[in-house]
Each structure stands twice: as C-alpha cells, then as structure tokens.
Design a protein around this ligand. Sequence first.
Ligand code: C2O
Ligand code: CU
Ligand code: CU
Length: 465
Amino acid sequence: AKVPILPGVPSDVWRYTAERVAGPNETLTPVGESYAGPLIRLHRGQRVRVRIDNGLLEDTTVHWHGLHVPPNVDGQPRLPIEPGTSTTVAFDVVDRAGLYWYHPHPHGPDGGRVGPQSYAGLAGPLIISDDTERALGLPDGERELVLILQDRTFTDDNALQYIGSDMGAMMTRMRGFRGEQVLVNGHPDARREVSTQSYRLRLLNGSNSRIYKLAWSGGRAVTVIGTDGGLLAEPERRRSVTLAPAQRVDLWVDFGDTEPGDSVQLVSEAYQLEMMGGREMMGGGGMMGRGMMGDMMGSERLTLVTFDIVARVNDSRALPERLAEDLPTSPVQADTPVRRFELGMRMMQGFTINGRRMEGATVADDEIVRLGETEIWEFVNNTMMPHPMHVHGLQFQVQERISAGDRTDLHDGIIDAGLHDTVLVFPEERVRIALTFKSFEGLYMYHCHNMEHEDAGMMRYYKVV
Ligand code: C2O
Ligand code: CU
Ligand code: CU
C-alpha cells in the first residue's frame, strides 16, 4: 500500500492488514499511521483463530514470536504459505501477560527471507493481558504506549533500501543490516505529548540487527517492569537498558518531576568501546575485532522518542514494589542436563551453531529433547559479534552469564531477571538458560535473531519427543 511521501516515511512498504471477524473490539488496533502490523490484543485463556492470506509474490509465514503454541501453528519455514493461498491457524493463549510480536519466518533452499520481509514492513505487536496483571492497575489507555524500534535507510524517493549488491554488502550481511535512521512505529523523529503522570512504555526491538542501549536524557533511571515473558517479580532500576533484536522491555516512567513545556528524551547510548577491549575478546582479531564489535553495538548516540510535557495532571499512583507473584520457574536440580551450543564462524560458511547451519526440517541427535523435561542450554559465543539467541515455543530463565574480563559497560544494561525468549550473548561469553519443554511434541526452532544471521543459516530445529 502507498503511504504519502513525507520526509523519512517510507513511500512503498509491505504491510499486514487485518480485519476482526469476531471477538472483543480491542482485538485489533492500528499502530498509528504506519506500516506496522496492527496491535493484536489477546487475553490469557482465550482461543484464537487467524486466517492468513498471502498477498505477496513470494512464500511467507506468520510466526507468533514468544508464544507457547503448537508446532504446526508456529509459522515455521517448513510450513510456507504460498503466494495467493491462505491458511488458518488456531491456538489457546496460555502465556503470561506481556508484549509479544509477530513476523514472517520463510526460509527456502537459497536462504531466509525474514530480514527482507520484516524490513519491508511485515512485523506487528501482540499484547496478552491477564487478570493478575490488570489487578495491579498499571498505566493504561493513553498512558500505555507501544513503541516499535526499527532502523531504516531511505533512497531519494523515500523507498526503503535494504542490503545492496555493492562491495559493502557482504560485510553488511555478516554484521547484520543497520539503517541510517531509527523509526518508532514507522516514523522518524518520534514525539509524544504527555502529561506529568506515570506512563507504561512497551518497547519492541523490531530491527534487523541493531542493539539499543536505552537511557533517559537528563539521567533519570530506567525503570524496568517487564521483559519478553511479562512482568518482573519486582522493578529494576538501571542507568541504561540493553535491547537486542526481537527483545521487548516494559518500562515505567513518571513525568511528575517535569513541568509543561519541558521535554524528555528516550535515547540509545553509545557503548564505551574502550571498555570492551579486553585481550581475551580480541582473540586473533586485533583491531578488526574491536572495530567489528564497536560497529555491532552501535557507537552513536541516537534519540529515539522525545516526550513533550504538555499538561500538568496530578497522579499520586506509585509503582508497586511487588509486580508479579506468578513467575513460573524451571525446576533446575544438580542433575539437570546441560546442552551446549557453540556459536561459531567459519570461512565460506558464515555463522554456525555447533558447526551446523540450517538444513531444512532436520534435527541431529543432540537436538532432541523430552516433553515435560527441564534442561539447561549453554550458548557459547566463539565469534567476534554478539548474537541474540532465541528459542521458539517457550519462555526461559537466564541462569548464568560467564565471561572473561571486565564487562561492566556491556552488562550494565542487561536485564537477566524475569522470563525471556531471546538472550543476548556477547563475544567470549557463555550464557546458561533454564527451559522446560511443556505441552507440545514436535519441531521448534532456535536461532540467532540477528535477521541477517538467521537468514544466512544460523538457525536450527529442535524436536520435542
Ligand atoms: Cu522472532 Cu524464529 O523468531
Ligand atoms: Cu520466535
Ligand atoms: Cu547472530
């Protein structure tokens, strides 16, 4: 569909359009005037049916990122929806209240198309609510903002420009695509008018590869109330918060200390590269390693959203210090099996997991797990780049982060508490997660959510038996 040509606003995009056939009014709401897919609101316990029509000229799928759904409705590449055809999926909403999302997941013999399809506009937010969360009385209505962060590069006529075929293309594919501008819900230079009250900001990093380091101008602490899998047990206050591709974060902010006329900015800070220069990390890479890492993490400071305070409204509601009592935990014991996944990089092959790349819907012997069991997965990053590792079909807990050298600057913004479906693993680092394979047998996926990495094959199936 065509969107009017405004500076920085894409003129030609692919979009999800949706229509509610039955169910509550709030099921579908547009995300501003943008290419972003509509906000889907579901309630825990609800049964959902979605008919998906593929109006593209190529295969696609719709993956419900973060949701615990049966394998055959998970939008995996082995179940492509061909151009001009439709499919209907149905599932029960069993996950905790939280911000999830949906995006395409096609992968053919020539590689994946997640990067280009999402980049062209196919991605949208999905919020699950439940009664426990509602009882907390967190800011809602106009005081609940869904913010999708994506970076884009434009041609002169405002068309979106993805990876070209120039000399830099190989490097970009390896590092992941990074756009010149950050769009929030499809718009550059995002601004929101707010009052002197508290707000709930629900952020999704829908970028192909950019990692954000969220902070407030003026130095107020970033208050985190939730992660990928919903609310934390209690709020965490940080100077900055790292948000890798596919991750979500739920922030609470109180503008009660501002005056009408003020503005406050949500920014992405630059990483202090000097602090990442440990000898261990450089390996044989030397300056190359440092440059690559700096480049990956983003060495520029970016303004994401400017909040203009336009009205004084007294708000006496404080943030509860206990948020969630219902955080499910995977029962880890001394004899819980540990499965190791080495993230590697091979000449000519690109990125690998245990030396393997995506090979269709096949699993190796060490990619089979048992229904109902809890395991610890250890991602070992032997490359020079960070990889946001994602596991389908469940939410996991981060158990341990083991790294060489001083990682103060890198780890400062990492929220490991709570439930996650995507965890950022830095170079020269091992991260252990605890996961339980709950109710469905069959194939799921695990992969790097740097979209260029997954499209290049840094992605595998695992099987629950
Ligand atoms: Cu967000 Cu396998 O995906
Ligand atoms: Cu997913
Ligand atoms: Cu990666």
